[in-house]
Unconditional design. Structure first.
Length: 113
């Protein structure tokens, strides 16, 4: 009878240990689900950050292209301003020459009269 009682004790102990292991497995499974959810959340955040970074990079590239276009336009405008300034100098010179000729003609006409 002693052996039956030992077997019953072993069975109860095994059942108790099995129940404890099932609880541990259940707790580990729950922890795993929480970690999976955190990992999914982190991955989603990474994707959002990557999308934002891509949008920022695209905007930066557009601004750089616009900047280089404006710099090029500014260079063309500066050259055009130089050309206009040169033309103004030439025109002022012609105007002064014409004024001198007019004064000369007026002086001659005053001598004739």
């Amino acid at each position: 009878m002693f052996q039956i009682s030992e077997k019953d004790d072993l069975v109860r102990r095994l059942e108790s240990e099995t129940a404890a292991l099932r609880e541990q497995a259940s707790a580990l499974q729950a922890g795993l689900e929480v970690e999976k959810a955190r990992a999914a959340e982190a991955e989603a955040e990474t994707e959002r950050t990557a999308a934002e970074f891509g949008a920022i990079r695209e905007a930066r590239d557009k601004l750089l292209a616009e900047k280089f276009g404006l710099v090029s336009q500014m260079s063309v405008t500066a050259k055009e301003n130089e050309r206009i300034t040169d033309l103004n100098v030439v025109l002022e010179g012609r105007l002064n020459d014409t004024k001198l000729e007019l004064e000369t003609v007026q002086v001659r006409s005053n001598f004739k009269t």
